[in-house]
Design a protein around this ligand. Structure first.
Ligand code: IMP
Ligand code: MG
Length: 193
């Protein structure tokens, strides 16, 4: 697996340091939502599968009372490295019918075209949360900006295909501790823009 790596883009230490800052920022914003003295009711919504490592590191840095509900989205079937549109996987999704009076934070691994975040945002808005924020580990700096922006971004990266720290290629490499690029010969040929 290690020999498949081209280069390390963001190291495990850099990720942990940045998450300290980001968690402080998110915690401060959520504390600011308190309702007439009562602490805000918080719900974290990680998007599976890519955000599983990120959310486990992030939530332990948020010393706030919170619930967690999962949403599963597929957008890169098999060995695709460009989005094929986003679809909810109902069987792995555990959302309550209503999120009324709850302050919701979506957590995803990477914001690319924005299709995933847009889909999950609309799914959650229908459940009428008191507030809705989104947090992504990575945001790709694409020529064409994403259809939606995230409220919190840990790192902006060049428009390259990356794996590790939860991100996959054909469901492999999620367990790499750093965020890396793969050797070019392992990826499918680049598609014309
Ligand atoms: P979007 O819907 O185009 O914004 O893409 C978001 C989803 O595509 C993410 O949740 C990832 O699962 C996946 N994705 C986008 N770029 C990459 C990448 O460079 N490596 C691995 N997965 C990616
Ligand atoms: Mg994903």
């Amino acid at each position: 697996m290690q020999s498949d790596i081209d280069r390390i883009l963001i190291s495990r230490d850099e990720i942990q340091q940045r998450l300290d800052q980001l968690a402080d920022e998110i915690a401060a914003d959520l504390r600011g939502e308190q309702d007439g003295g009562a602490p805000a009711e918080i719900t974290l919504v990680p998007i599976l599968t890519g955000s599983m490592i990120m959310v486990s590191d992030l939530m332990r840095r948020l010393p706030l009372r919170m619930q967690i509900h999962l949403v599963s989205v597929t957008s890169y079937p098999g060995e695709a490295t460009t989005s094929r549109g986003a679809a909810i996987e109902e069987a792995l999704t555990s959302l309550p019918d209503s999120l009324e009076s709850r302050h919701v934070v979506i957590v995803d691994d990477i914001l690319d075209s924005g299709a995933t975040l847009e889909l999950v945002t609309s799914l959650l808005r229908r459940r009428r949360p008191a507030s809705l924020r989104s947090c992504v580990l990575l945001r790709k700096q694409r020529e064409q900006p994403p259809s939606v922006e995230a409220d919190y971004v840990a790192f902006a990266i060049p428009d390259e295909f990356v794996v590790g720290y939860g991100l996959d290629f054909d469901d492999y490499y999620r367990n790499l501790p750093d965020i890396v690029t793969l050797r070019r010969d392992l990826l499918p040929p680049e598609e014309p823009a």
